[in-house]
Ligand binder design. Structure first.
Ligand code: FMN
Length: 217
């Protein structure tokens, strides 16, 4: 086990990105007196939305809570995790369980000349069929929106903010509190805000030798 090599490869084409990946932390030390401005919030969401998604369906939404009283409710739904309040902003990353963007997105594939009409239609039908079972719909939502959540975390870190992904909350209660429609599911809560200083050392990561399997498991 190692605590993770935070050195970064200066030969990498995007070495700042490697640095960001290697130094990102799930922080709990927020500056409770500082606020996240609106412009930065929108930039975080813009970066989150640049995550890859299946056929570019972008099956995600983001609910930002910043009102003090509402943050108290979020803390309660997160079983008393006070750092959400100290962060000042809680963003619920929401996943679609239905392919509601399919018509628009497959039109865009065709309009861009990436698919001809017939192929676009076929791929759309296959994609929509893939959402048919409840389990498949949830899997799609969680898989895609989780990537958006990771982009959000890295963007926050790159901007010098602290951010923590959280699934320690009452999913049903949160969905109700934030008025999520029936076909939308909470995927990850991200507490984000200005940093309050250092974080404790990262816990060990499993070694590559332990987790990398070559050719077969
Ligand atoms: C799915 C998931 C759920 C998590 N839930 C919580 C949580 O409820 N509260 C919290 O403080 N941290 C939570 N974390 C953060 C982890 O504790 C953290 O990622 C892990 O300890 C590794 O630390 P690092 O992210 O700083 O490298 C969660 C992380 C993930 C990916």
């Amino acid at each position: 086990m190692s605590t993770g090599d935070t050195a970064f490869d200066t030969d990498a084409a995007h070495d700042e990105a490697i640095r960001a990946i290697r130094t990102r932390r799930s922080g709990h030390n927020f500056d409770a007196d500082a606020e996240l401005d609106d412009e930065t919030l929108e930039e975080l969401i813009r970066d989150a939305a640049l995550a890859p998604s299946s056929y570019n369906l972008q099956p995600w939404e983001f609910v930002a809570v910043q009102d003090d009283d509402r943050l108290d409710e979020v803390v309660e739904l997160a079983y008393g995790q006070e750092h959400v309040k100290e962060a000042g902003t809680a963003i619920l990353v929401v996943g679609h369980t239905e392919p509601e963007t399919a018509d628009r997105v497959f039109d865009e594939w065709v309009e861009a000349g990436r698919f001809d009409e017939e192929t676009g239609q076929q791929v759309k039908e296959q994609t929509v069929a893939g959402y048919q079972s409840e389990q498949a719909g949830r899997d799609y939502g969680i898989r895609n929106a989780s990537l958006a959540a990771q982009n959000l975390l890295l963007s926050a870190h790159a901007r010098g903010l602290t951010a923590t992904p959280m699934s320690g909350f009452d999913f049903e209660g949160m969905a109700e509190f934030l008025d999520l429609p029936e076909d939308k599911i909470p995927v990850m809560l991200v507490a984000v805000g200005p940093s309050g200083g250092e974080e404790p050392e990262r816990l060990p990561r499993r070694d590559v030798e332990e987790i990398l399997h070559r050719e077969t498991y």
